[in-house]
Unconditional design. Structure first.
Length: 276
Protein backbone atom coordinates (compact mmCIF):
# COMPACT_ATOMS: atom_id res chain seq x y z
CA UNK A 1 0.00 0.00 0.00
CA UNK A 2 2.85 2.39 0.82
CA UNK A 3 4.38 1.85 -2.63
CA UNK A 4 1.12 2.75 -4.37
CA UNK A 5 0.68 5.78 -2.17
CA UNK A 6 4.17 7.04 -2.98
CA UNK A 7 3.60 6.44 -6.66
CA UNK A 8 0.46 8.58 -6.68
CA UNK A 9 1.80 11.28 -4.39
CA UNK A 10 1.16 14.84 -5.60
CA UNK A 11 3.40 16.90 -3.32
CA UNK A 12 6.62 18.63 -4.46
CA UNK A 13 8.50 16.12 -2.30
CA UNK A 14 6.82 13.25 -4.15
CA UNK A 15 7.89 14.82 -7.46
CA UNK A 16 11.53 14.93 -6.36
CA UNK A 17 11.34 11.50 -4.75
CA UNK A 18 9.96 10.00 -7.96
CA UNK A 19 12.87 11.38 -9.99
CA UNK A 20 15.45 10.20 -7.46
CA UNK A 21 14.05 6.69 -7.00
CA UNK A 22 13.48 6.10 -10.73
CA UNK A 23 16.65 7.73 -12.06
CA UNK A 24 18.17 4.43 -13.26
CA UNK A 25 14.94 3.47 -15.04
CA UNK A 26 14.81 6.90 -16.69
CA UNK A 27 18.46 6.55 -17.76
CA UNK A 28 17.92 3.13 -19.35
CA UNK A 29 14.69 4.13 -21.10
CA UNK A 30 16.34 7.32 -22.39
CA UNK A 31 19.24 5.34 -23.85
CA UNK A 32 16.78 2.99 -25.51
CA UNK A 33 14.82 5.96 -26.85
CA UNK A 34 17.89 7.58 -28.38
CA UNK A 35 19.27 4.37 -29.88
CA UNK A 36 15.91 3.24 -31.28
CA UNK A 37 15.54 6.51 -33.20
CA UNK A 38 18.51 5.59 -35.40
CA UNK A 39 18.23 1.81 -35.32
CA UNK A 40 18.56 0.31 -38.79
CA UNK A 41 20.34 3.32 -40.31
CA UNK A 42 23.86 2.95 -41.70
CA UNK A 43 25.37 5.85 -39.74
CA UNK A 44 23.40 5.20 -36.57
CA UNK A 45 23.97 7.75 -33.80
CA UNK A 46 26.25 9.74 -36.12
CA UNK A 47 23.06 11.20 -37.59
CA UNK A 48 22.50 13.05 -34.32
CA UNK A 49 25.66 15.02 -35.18
CA UNK A 50 25.17 15.38 -38.92
CA UNK A 51 21.58 16.63 -38.69
CA UNK A 52 22.37 19.83 -36.71
CA UNK A 53 25.56 20.29 -38.72
CA UNK A 54 23.55 20.22 -41.95
CA UNK A 55 20.93 22.59 -40.54
CA UNK A 56 23.60 25.06 -39.40
CA UNK A 57 25.16 24.94 -42.87
CA UNK A 58 21.75 25.65 -44.43
CA UNK A 59 21.09 28.56 -42.06
CA UNK A 60 24.51 30.00 -42.80
CA UNK A 61 23.97 29.84 -46.56
CA UNK A 62 20.39 31.15 -46.55
CA UNK A 63 20.86 34.04 -44.14
CA UNK A 64 24.45 34.95 -44.95
CA UNK A 65 24.56 34.46 -48.73
CA UNK A 66 20.95 34.74 -49.88
CA UNK A 67 19.46 37.28 -47.45
CA UNK A 68 22.78 38.85 -46.37
CA UNK A 69 21.21 39.29 -42.96
CA UNK A 70 22.84 40.83 -39.91
CA UNK A 71 21.54 40.60 -36.35
CA UNK A 72 22.68 44.02 -35.27
CA UNK A 73 25.71 45.75 -33.87
CA UNK A 74 26.67 42.58 -31.99
CA UNK A 75 27.56 40.80 -35.23
CA UNK A 76 30.81 41.28 -37.07
CA UNK A 77 30.15 38.97 -39.99
CA UNK A 78 27.26 37.52 -41.94
CA UNK A 79 28.02 34.05 -40.59
CA UNK A 80 27.33 35.26 -37.05
CA UNK A 81 23.62 35.51 -37.89
CA UNK A 82 23.35 31.76 -38.38
CA UNK A 83 25.06 31.08 -35.04
CA UNK A 84 22.79 33.54 -33.20
CA UNK A 85 19.76 32.00 -34.91
CA UNK A 86 20.92 28.49 -34.01
CA UNK A 87 21.01 29.32 -30.29
CA UNK A 88 17.34 30.31 -30.40
CA UNK A 89 16.41 27.20 -32.35
CA UNK A 90 18.17 24.93 -29.83
CA UNK A 91 16.36 26.54 -26.90
CA UNK A 92 13.01 26.43 -28.69
CA UNK A 93 13.68 22.80 -29.64
CA UNK A 94 14.06 21.75 -26.00
CA UNK A 95 10.57 23.06 -25.29
CA UNK A 96 8.88 22.19 -28.58
CA UNK A 97 10.03 18.58 -28.90
CA UNK A 98 8.90 17.68 -25.38
CA UNK A 99 5.59 19.52 -25.63
CA UNK A 100 4.74 18.08 -29.05
CA UNK A 101 5.42 14.54 -27.83
CA UNK A 102 3.71 14.90 -24.46
CA UNK A 103 0.06 14.28 -25.48
CA UNK A 104 0.96 10.86 -26.91
CA UNK A 105 3.31 9.63 -24.18
CA UNK A 106 0.70 7.69 -22.24
CA UNK A 107 -1.34 6.75 -25.32
CA UNK A 108 1.73 5.25 -27.00
CA UNK A 109 2.63 3.28 -23.88
CA UNK A 110 -0.79 1.93 -23.00
CA UNK A 111 0.72 -1.40 -21.94
CA UNK A 112 2.35 0.35 -18.98
CA UNK A 113 -0.89 1.84 -17.69
CA UNK A 114 -2.29 -1.31 -16.10
CA UNK A 115 1.02 -2.13 -14.45
CA UNK A 116 0.60 -0.55 -11.03
CA UNK A 117 4.32 -0.85 -10.28
CA UNK A 118 5.36 1.09 -13.37
CA UNK A 119 5.93 4.80 -12.63
CA UNK A 120 4.08 6.46 -15.50
CA UNK A 121 5.27 9.88 -14.36
CA UNK A 122 8.74 8.98 -15.65
CA UNK A 123 7.62 8.97 -19.29
CA UNK A 124 7.98 12.77 -19.71
CA UNK A 125 11.45 12.51 -18.14
CA UNK A 126 12.43 9.97 -20.79
CA UNK A 127 11.25 12.30 -23.55
CA UNK A 128 13.15 15.16 -21.93
CA UNK A 129 16.28 13.04 -21.62
CA UNK A 130 16.26 12.21 -25.33
CA UNK A 131 15.64 15.87 -26.15
CA UNK A 132 18.55 17.01 -23.98
CA UNK A 133 20.83 14.50 -25.69
CA UNK A 134 20.04 15.82 -29.14
CA UNK A 135 20.21 19.42 -27.95
CA UNK A 136 23.62 18.74 -26.42
CA UNK A 137 24.87 17.40 -29.76
CA UNK A 138 23.50 20.52 -31.47
CA UNK A 139 25.29 22.61 -28.86
CA UNK A 140 28.59 20.92 -29.71
CA UNK A 141 28.05 21.83 -33.37
CA UNK A 142 27.24 25.39 -32.31
CA UNK A 143 30.39 25.71 -30.20
CA UNK A 144 32.53 24.41 -33.06
CA UNK A 145 30.97 26.99 -35.38
CA UNK A 146 31.48 29.67 -32.73
CA UNK A 147 35.14 28.73 -32.47
CA UNK A 148 35.62 28.83 -36.24
CA UNK A 149 33.77 32.10 -36.76
CA UNK A 150 34.93 34.05 -33.71
CA UNK A 151 38.10 32.26 -32.75
CA UNK A 152 37.08 31.71 -29.12
CA UNK A 153 34.32 30.59 -26.79
CA UNK A 154 33.62 32.84 -23.78
CA UNK A 155 34.05 31.33 -20.32
CA UNK A 156 30.50 32.43 -19.54
CA UNK A 157 29.34 29.51 -21.71
CA UNK A 158 29.83 27.40 -18.59
CA UNK A 159 26.72 29.08 -17.17
CA UNK A 160 24.51 27.59 -19.90
CA UNK A 161 23.28 24.60 -17.81
CA UNK A 162 22.19 27.05 -15.10
CA UNK A 163 20.29 29.08 -17.69
CA UNK A 164 18.62 26.09 -19.33
CA UNK A 165 17.68 24.22 -16.14
CA UNK A 166 14.62 26.40 -15.31
CA UNK A 167 13.32 25.87 -18.84
CA UNK A 168 13.72 22.10 -18.42
CA UNK A 169 11.85 22.19 -15.10
CA UNK A 170 9.00 24.30 -16.47
CA UNK A 171 8.75 22.20 -19.63
CA UNK A 172 8.40 19.08 -17.50
CA UNK A 173 5.37 20.61 -15.82
CA UNK A 174 3.76 21.38 -19.17
CA UNK A 175 4.62 17.86 -20.38
CA UNK A 176 2.99 16.19 -17.38
CA UNK A 177 -0.13 18.29 -17.87
CA UNK A 178 -0.39 17.58 -21.61
CA UNK A 179 0.41 13.87 -21.16
CA UNK A 180 -2.53 13.50 -18.79
CA UNK A 181 -4.91 15.63 -20.87
CA UNK A 182 -3.90 13.77 -24.03
CA UNK A 183 -5.43 10.56 -22.68
CA UNK A 184 -8.88 12.16 -22.43
CA UNK A 185 -8.71 14.78 -25.20
CA UNK A 186 -7.10 13.39 -28.33
CA UNK A 187 -7.16 16.79 -30.05
CA UNK A 188 -4.49 18.08 -27.68
CA UNK A 189 -1.83 16.65 -29.97
CA UNK A 190 -3.01 18.87 -32.82
CA UNK A 191 -3.08 21.98 -30.66
CA UNK A 192 0.47 21.59 -29.35
CA UNK A 193 1.95 21.68 -32.85
CA UNK A 194 0.24 25.00 -33.52
CA UNK A 195 1.22 26.34 -30.10
CA UNK A 196 4.92 25.57 -30.46
CA UNK A 197 4.99 27.09 -33.95
CA UNK A 198 3.38 30.28 -32.66
CA UNK A 199 5.89 30.41 -29.82
CA UNK A 200 8.72 30.08 -32.34
CA UNK A 201 7.64 33.21 -34.21
CA UNK A 202 6.60 35.07 -31.06
CA UNK A 203 10.07 34.70 -29.53
CA UNK A 204 13.34 36.36 -30.63
CA UNK A 205 14.51 33.29 -32.51
CA UNK A 206 14.51 34.67 -36.06
CA UNK A 207 14.84 38.34 -35.12
CA UNK A 208 16.18 40.45 -32.22
CA UNK A 209 13.83 42.04 -29.72
CA UNK A 210 15.15 45.44 -30.87
CA UNK A 211 13.58 44.83 -34.29
CA UNK A 212 10.12 45.24 -32.77
CA UNK A 213 8.50 48.63 -32.13
CA UNK A 214 9.01 49.71 -28.53
CA UNK A 215 5.27 49.49 -27.92
CA UNK A 216 5.34 45.75 -28.67
CA UNK A 217 8.57 44.70 -26.98
CA UNK A 218 6.98 44.10 -23.60
CA UNK A 219 4.55 41.59 -25.09
CA UNK A 220 7.26 39.32 -26.46
CA UNK A 221 8.46 38.74 -22.89
CA UNK A 222 5.13 37.09 -22.15
CA UNK A 223 6.57 34.18 -24.10
CA UNK A 224 8.47 32.09 -21.52
CA UNK A 225 11.09 31.21 -24.14
CA UNK A 226 12.16 34.82 -24.72
CA UNK A 227 14.07 35.27 -21.47
CA UNK A 228 15.90 31.92 -21.75
CA UNK A 229 16.84 32.54 -25.39
CA UNK A 230 18.29 35.96 -24.59
CA UNK A 231 20.17 34.65 -21.55
CA UNK A 232 21.53 31.72 -23.57
CA UNK A 233 22.87 34.08 -26.22
CA UNK A 234 24.36 36.29 -23.52
CA UNK A 235 26.43 33.49 -21.98
CA UNK A 236 27.26 31.62 -25.19
CA UNK A 237 27.96 34.47 -27.59
CA UNK A 238 28.32 37.82 -25.85
CA UNK A 239 30.39 36.71 -22.87
CA UNK A 240 27.88 38.17 -20.39
CA UNK A 241 26.98 36.45 -17.11
CA UNK A 242 23.33 35.52 -16.53
CA UNK A 243 20.87 37.89 -14.89
CA UNK A 244 20.68 35.88 -11.67
CA UNK A 245 17.87 37.94 -10.14
CA UNK A 246 15.48 37.41 -13.05
CA UNK A 247 16.73 33.84 -13.46
CA UNK A 248 15.82 33.19 -9.83
CA UNK A 249 12.31 34.57 -10.37
CA UNK A 250 11.96 32.46 -13.52
CA UNK A 251 13.11 29.37 -11.60
CA UNK A 252 10.47 29.87 -8.91
CA UNK A 253 7.77 30.11 -11.58
CA UNK A 254 9.16 27.03 -13.34
CA UNK A 255 9.10 25.01 -10.12
CA UNK A 256 5.49 26.03 -9.53
CA UNK A 257 4.51 25.00 -13.08
CA UNK A 258 6.36 21.68 -12.66
CA UNK A 259 4.60 20.88 -9.40
CA UNK A 260 1.14 21.80 -10.75
CA UNK A 261 1.72 19.68 -13.85
CA UNK A 262 2.98 16.75 -11.80
CA UNK A 263 0.09 16.96 -9.33
CA UNK A 264 -2.43 17.09 -12.18
CA UNK A 265 -0.86 14.05 -13.84
CA UNK A 266 -0.88 12.04 -10.62
CA UNK A 267 -4.52 12.83 -9.95
CA UNK A 268 -5.73 12.18 -13.50
CA UNK A 269 -3.77 8.95 -13.95
CA UNK A 270 -6.27 7.08 -11.77
CA UNK A 271 -8.66 7.08 -14.73
CA UNK A 272 -6.14 6.18 -17.47
CA UNK A 273 -6.91 2.48 -17.40
CA UNK A 274 -10.65 3.12 -17.81
CA UNK A 275 -10.09 5.26 -20.92
CA UNK A 276 -7.43 3.10 -22.53
Amino acid sequence: MSTIYAEFGTSPAAMIRSLASNRLLIWELTKREVISRYRGSVLGLAWSFFNPLLMLAVYTFVFSVVFKARWGQETSSHGDFAVILFVGIIVHGVFAECVNRAPGLVLNNASYVKRVIFPLETLPWVAMGATIFHSAVSLVVLLIAQLLLRGSIPLTALWLPVVILPLVVGTMGVSWLLASLGVYLRDIGQVTGILTTVMLFMAPVLYPVQALPESLRSYIYLNPLTFIIEQSRAVLLWGVSPNFVDLGKYSIGALLVAWLGFATFQKMRRGFADVL
